[in-house]
Design a protein around this ligand. Structure first.
Ligand SMILES: Cc1cc2nc3c(=O)[nH]c(=O)nc-3n(C[C@H](O)[C@H](O)[C@H](O)COP(=O)(O)OP(=O)(O)OC[C@H]3O[C@@H](n4cnc5c(N)ncnc54)[C@H](O)[C@@H]3O)c2cc1C
Length: 316
């Protein structure tokens, strides 16, 4: 980013957000894989309005911006991210009755699994599957997070979205064009289009007895604990190709336990790539390349990444 633009943007952001605007903030501490370089500019926001203001300032100044949720579905380059990273901690939640159901309106920085717990304790069903998924509502809405046969799409009613250059618009389910771990926002960002920002979402919930919901959530959590490793990771690295599990393919390709530098492919679940403590983002990217190439060679299947590579990668 040009020095003049940086200085002016920092000044403008500091007029509003004060000393919360930071320079060269290490992102490894804000991502679940615990790797990646620094954000050139970094700001933590606590309301949807602040989130929109920060994105608008960056966009109007021609500065690239990136919304960071829980950092649980991204791999940040070792060289970091140019421009402004906005860490979203806008967490307001409200519930209202609507017919036989309940609508939850939630700001996009709310933690998905905390919301799931809150709903269960209120006797509201629909998010029990989300208990073990890290990250925010924003990340879940963009990536159509899901587990145990359910996903965000199943509960989604609408989202309030800031569109760069246009302003605020409400997206309904059709607008989101959801697919498996995919949405129009995720697809367009991958094509390099200016990133839209989810400010809040409305989710549909259904009253159910608390003990029924608790038992269901506990069942899901136990299943997850048994099959998935702990440690620093981004969860599933690849999407499951049609009719296959990515973990099965990587395992059958003989890569369980395969290591590069400080990163390894989990012995417990081959679609989880673990930072053993000292891994770099490049170590993990090498594992990705190894898994992708081996699966293609052995099975003729070209897997797609579920995790997004963000920041200043140099592919040489
Ligand atoms: C141990 C583990 C288990 C996991 N299990 C599952 C699982 O079972 N199912 C599943 O689906 N996922 C799973 N994941 C992946 C991840 O938790 C989800 O994809 C999650 O929804 C990502 O949310 P996030 O806030 O961390 O997004 P981030 O990683 O912070 O961001 C992901 C993308 O969303 C964008 N984004 C985030 N917030 C906004 C916003 N407000 N507006 C616009 N764009 C935004 C970011 O810019 C980025 O492009 C797992 C991850 C881990 C580490």
């Amino acid at each position: 980013m040009k020095l003049m633009t940086t200085v002016q943007t920092v000044e403008r952001l500091r007029q509003i957000f004060g000393e919360r605007v930071q320079i060269n903030e290490p992102l490894a501490r804000h991502t679940t894989a615990r790797v990646g370089g620094s954000a050139e500019l970094f700001l933590s926001v606590t309301s949807a309005e602040q989130l929109m203001t920060a994105a608008e300032i960056a966009y109007n100044a021609g500065v690239p911006y990136f919304v960071l949720g829980g950092g649980s579905n991204i791999l940040v380059a070792d060289a970091g991210i140019s421009g402004l990273v906005i860490m979203n901690r806008a967490r307001k939640v409200s519930f209202r009755h609507s017919g036989a159901g309940v609508v939850c309106t939630v700001e996009s920085g709310m933690n998905l699994s905390s919301l799931a717990r809150q709903c269960i304790s209120r006797g509201l069903g629909g998010l029990e599957w989300a208990g073990g998924i890290p990250g925010t509502i924003g990340g879940a809405v963009v990536g159509n997070a899901g587990a145990h046969g359910s996903d965000i799409d199943g509960q989604f009613l609408a989202a309030t979205v800031w569109e760069p250059g246009f302003g605020v618009r409400v997206y309904n389910r059709e607008d989101m064009k959801y697919g498996y771990r995919d949405s129009v926002l995720k697809r367009d960002a991958a094509l390099g289009k200016a990133r839209r920002v989810i400010l809040s979402a409305e989710l549909r919930l259904k009253p159910e007895p608390v003990d029924v919901l608790t038992a269901r959530a506990e069942g899901f959590n136990a299943y997850r604990k048994e099959r998935q490793p702990g440690g620093a990771s981004t969860g599933s690295m690849f999407k499951n190709p049609e009719n296959f599990y990515a973990g099965y393919l990587i395992d059958t390709a003989g890569l369980k336990g395969f290591r590069v530098g400080g990163a390894s492919i989990s012995e417990k679940h081959a679609n989880f790539f673990i930072n053993e403590g000292e891994a770099t983002a490049e170590d993990i990217r090498s594992l990705i390349a190894e898994a992708w190439n081996s699966v293609r060679e052995q099975f003729g299947i070209e897997m797609s990444l579920e995790v997004e590579l963000v920041g200043d990668w140099s592919f040489e």
